[in-house]
Design a protein around this ligand. Structure first.
Ligand code: ATP
Ligand code: MG
Ligand code: FE
Length: 352
């Protein structure tokens, strides 16, 4: 099916068009620059930016794909989780479009969309089940067990406080580096010693994972970095930014990879899928690939443009739902900022 997907859960206005598993276009407009001076995403600013970017992005995506609105088989949209005001803009637009065109509408889960990004990777071969999925971004840190993308996604753990990307952003601010912090910490860490400072690895002792829970906590790590920096400044010593950045990054990477591989072992799943904007971190990819290889776990990493928020992954998920016989959503859904990952599709119409 030919599907247009709309994604507005955070600061990216993403419009993607797919034909089944084939990616036709993927237009991404980001309001990141507008948030930079606030040091984080400002919800009202994001929502207004979505309103402005939506129509031109849809036009661009259609032109790139070489199709018209009339050609579409369905419209798909992110219902949640995400920023309520930002989500509402996409949901409103998708409903309007579906009603005006008289096309079926699929309201889907953003996190499951991140997994669906993988099936658009033409070079990767078929996605095999079950697979463990680690999603790491500015708003999420989730470990999932995926038995079927369209019907069975189980939450193994999520962050109790800061998301991994958020931790990068906050530590960058501590080190007086600009927003977004991920790439800045990466750059600074390049000249640093990752073993210089032993920062805490939250919730990653064997006993923390023994109860089959894989929750994450990064606020203790952030506080540890803050305290370390404060003590050095109070003592009049220069802060070795490169070493702090490298040691912090190593702590985050260690926790993420340790838990993901422990979950693979525990559930007897030799497959790990990575997604979310923090996958841009090369150290994370390298450590994951290296330790997974040693553990006999195959790793899949979609191209980075499909890892960060985008509309193509939303369209891809809807296309899979359609192919597996799922009915469209009714219009009785809204933006759900805390939509659980187990709700892959929202408001499927029982009588359609
Ligand atoms: P969502 O949580 O809904 O996916 P988001 O916009 O916050 O939304 P992404 O756009 O997927 O998430 O990713 C942005 C985050 O990724 C930011 O927190 C940023 O600091 C982080 N990030 C980007 N590049 C890197 C990097 N090289 N290393 C670590 N973190 C990075
Ligand atoms: Mg973003
Ligand atoms: Fe996301």
């Amino acid at each position: 099916p030919l599907v247009l997907g709309i994604e507005t859960s955070c600061d990216e206005t993403g419009i993607g068009i797919v034909r089944g598993r084939q990616l036709l276009s993927n237009t991404i407009a980001s309001s990141m620059d507008e948030h930079a001076r606030y040091g984080g995403v400002v919800p009202e600013v994001a929502a207004r930016a979505h309103l402005e970017a939506l129509q031109p992005s849809i036009d661009t995506a259609l032109a790139e794909a070489g199709v018209t609105l009339a050609d579409l088989d369905a419209v798909a949209v992110t219902s949640g989780p995400g920023l309520a005001g930002a989500l509402m803009v996409g949901v409103g637009a998708a409903k309007g479009l579906a009603v005006a065109l008289d096309k079926p509408l699929y309201a889907v889960n953003h996190l499951v969309g991140h997994i669906a990004a993988d099936i658009l990777d033409a070079d990767a071969g078929e996605l095999e089940y079950p697979t463990v999925a680690l999603l790491v971004s500015g708003g999420h840190t989730s470990l999932l067990l995926v038995r079927d993308l369209t019907s069975d996604v189980e939450l193994l753990g999520e962050t109790m406080d800061d998301a991994a990307g958020e931790a990068f952003d906050k530590v960058a601010r501590l080190l007086k580096l600009p927003y977004p912090g991920g790439p800045e910490i990466d750059r600074a860490a390049a000249d640093g010693d990752p073993t210089a400072i032993r920062f805490p690895r939250g919730l990653s002792r064997a006993s923390d994972m023994a109860s089959h829970r894989y929750d994450f906590s990064f606020s203790g790590l952030k506080t540890a970095v803050a305290r370390w920096v404060e003590q050095h400044e109070a003592a009049g010593q220069p802060v070795p930014v490169a070493d702090v950045a490298a040691s912090f990054r190593e702590a985050v990477v260690d926790v993420l990879v340790t838990k993901a591989l422990d979950a693979c072992a525990r559930h007897g799943v030799p497959r790990l899928l990575l997604g979310g904007g923090v996958i841009a971190n090369k150290r994370l990819r390298d450590v994951a690939l290296e330790r997974a290889a040693a553990a006999g776990v195959a790793v899949r990493i979609p191209p980075l443009r499909l890892c960060t928020d985008n509309g193509a992954m939303i369209a891809a998920l809807a296309a899979e739902l359609i192919s597996s016989g799922r009915r469209p959503s009714t219009l009785a859904f809204g933006a759900d900022s805390t939509l659980p990952v187990t709700e892959i599709q929202v408001a499927e119409d029982a009588d359609a």
